[in-house]
Design a protein around this ligand. Structure first.
Ligand SMILES: Cc1cc2nc3c(=O)[nH]c(=O)nc-3n(C[C@H](O)[C@H](O)[C@H](O)COP(=O)(O)OP(=O)(O)OC[C@H]3O[C@@H](n4cnc5c(N)ncnc54)[C@H](O)[C@@H]3O)c2cc1C
Length: 492
């Protein structure tokens, strides 16, 4: 039996591990936190469960890429998902103007809705949305298509920036802002973010999004079960602190507790910058290290978690995006009311996520959780009050509806995920310099491979699809894609 050690028990590590377990590998996943899951983890505060970083995701519609993948892994019947509303997949409010758009699910309805709102741009809207879908076809894995050995060549639109793509098709400024409403979920500016990322994310949303019912943890646990059922193990509280390399081969990893793990192959789901800090210094060239260190990170977030009093704020079956032009933070925010089992008409909790640059917390970057000092706590309270004020504009009764609330800053995100500068989505991609952030799953160290959001695209969909690529680096190009498609022949 071939063996593999996976470092990091988040989505990337668990999906790669589960795929390899199905290929007959004995997989050991090592996770630094007490609970596995990374972005899938849910945590308890005062007995109430909150998600850490998985609120809304696409790909689970009939025939969708993730539905096929997780069907193949045998976890679909172990997780509970709830589709967002057909007529309001995403709600987008322009706060300054008090205008709200309710974007429906499905390409044709999406185009019709926008054409009604912006009749002067009817033809352009259709052409633009058609183009978004065409661009996604240049990413074979998005449709679980077998990939040619050297990949497809890409169009100029695919490689250009989001703004270039929008400017080519659309003129109305408001329409462009509206269609850019997902930019907080991309974490980079429209001038430099490659259009293909916008196309993939927009298409995922247009095709329909989902939320976990109850806990996103169920997905992490179901994936761990696949690994364990195949004879592997998923070990929490096991932080890898050293990766030893000899003659361009990893020989073993060492954990904080002093345990050592050896395997034929190793997969790192950590941020590459973190990997470079703990691997033998000769493993990679100085040029490679400098390149990795120079890639800018995507935006971080300030999150507010609210437990609501009973029967106060209605449950909303879709995310709400609020965009403002004000100079004052927060310029944008997204909130969700995570559904629970037997969800009634009122929400139990609200999670509000506001993009925030790491610079805001730079002065406390050397501190650790629980020891950041009084000035940090008072800053955090001030920021939370600003978010609560924004929510009070949407719901005048908001403050009175709060049973308890608390916040997480970019420092919390950095320390929890073990990433660089608390970035939400890892490396920022730049259409002017795509090579800079392009990291391959294979590395110069022969038996070390990479997975996770920095390799390709972030989010449940991006990371899970990259996991296929990482696992195929060990078992053969297109091997797993072919098996997934053979397993799900009836999916359209
Ligand atoms: C605030 C926020 C909201 C988000 N909302 C969404 C959303 O609604 N939908 C969506 O699709 N995506 C969302 N994302 C993005 C999504 O969570 C990430 O893209 C995804 O979790 C990345 O998966 P990953 O496996 O690369 O990393 P992670 O999920 O971060 O997993 C990496 C794991 O490695 C572990 N690790 C790190 N270092 C070590 C070490 N030395 N030893 C052992 N283990 C280690 C970490 O503890 C972690 O568990 C959100 C992200 C954030 C921050």
């Amino acid at each position: 039996m071939k063996t593999c050690v996976v470092i990091g028990g988040g989505i990337g590590g668990l999906v790669t591990g589960a795929l390899l377990a199905k290929e007959g590998y004995q997989v050991t996943v090592l996770e630094k936190n007490a609970i596995i899951g990374g972005g899938l983890q849910t945590f308890k505060r005062n007995g109430v469960r909150f998600p850490t970083g998985m609120h809304i995701f696409g790909g689970f519609q009939e025939g969708g890429n993730l539905r096929k993948l997780f069907d193949y892994l045998g976890v679909m019947d172990k997780i509970k998902l709830r589709p967002t509303d057909e007529d309001t997949n995403d709600e987008v409010s322009f706060v300054d103007e008090n205008v709200t758009y309710r974007l429906p699910k499905g390409k044709d309805r999406f185009v019709d809705y926008l054409s009604d709102c912006f009749p002067d741009e009817k033809e352009q809207i259709k052409a633009y949305v058609d183009r978004l879908f065409e661009l996604t076809e240049e990413e074979e894995l998005f449709y679980l298509h077998e990939a040619p050995e050297n990949g497809l060549s890409h169009s100029d639109d695919f490689l250009g920036s989001v703004n270039q793509l929008m400017d080519k098709y659309l003129t109305d400024v408001k329409l462009k802002s509206l269609l850019g409403y997902l930019s907080p979920l991309i974490g980079g500016p429209g001038e430099t973010t490659p259009a293909y990322i916008h196309a993939l994310l927009s298409t995922l949303h247009i095709n329909g999004t989902y939320q976990f019912v109850g806990e996103s943890q169920q997905m992490a646990d179901a994936l761990a079960q696949v690994i364990e059922n195949a004879g592997g193990q998923v070990v929490a509280n096991e932080k890898v602190v050293r990766i030893e390399v000899d003659n361009r081969q990893v020989t073993q990893v060492v954990t904080q507790k002093g345990n050592t793990y050896q395997a034929d192959s190793y997969i790192s789901a950590m941020h590459p910058d973190v990997l470079l800090k703990i691997i033998d210094s000769q493993a990679f060239t100085t040029a490679f290290k400098q390149r990795v260190q120079s890639v800018p990170e995507t935006m971080s977030s300030f999150k507010v978690f609210v437990k609501l009093k009973e029967n106060t704020i209605p449950y909303i079956n879709h995310p709400t995006f609020c965009l403002a032009h004000a100079d004052e933070w927060p310029q944008s925010m997204m909130y969700v009311t995570p559904p629970v089992e037997n969800q009634g008409i009122f929400a139990q909790t609200i999670v509000v996520i506001c993009p925030m640059a790491f610079e805001q917390v730079r002065s406390w970057e050397q501190t650790t959780s629980g020891h950041r000092g009084a000035d940090y706590l008072s800053w955090k309270q001030k920021m939370m009050d600003k978010v609560l004020d924004c929510m009070s504009l949407k719901y005048p009764v908001f403050r009175n509806s709060i049973e308890f609330c608390f916040a997480a800053s970019p420092l919390t995100i950095r320390d929890y995920y073990g990433n660089k500068e608390g970035s939400n989505y890892g490396f920022q991609k730049d259409s002017n310099n795509l090579m800079l952030s392009q990291i391959s799953v294979a590395t110069k160290v022969k038996n070390l491979f990479l997975t996770g959001q920095n390799v390709n695209i972030h989010g449940l969909c991006g990371v899970s699809l990259t996991a296929i690529e990482s696992a195929e680096a060990l078992v053969g190009h297109n091997t797993i894609v072919r098996k997934i498609n053979n397993f799900c022949p009836n999916h359209p």
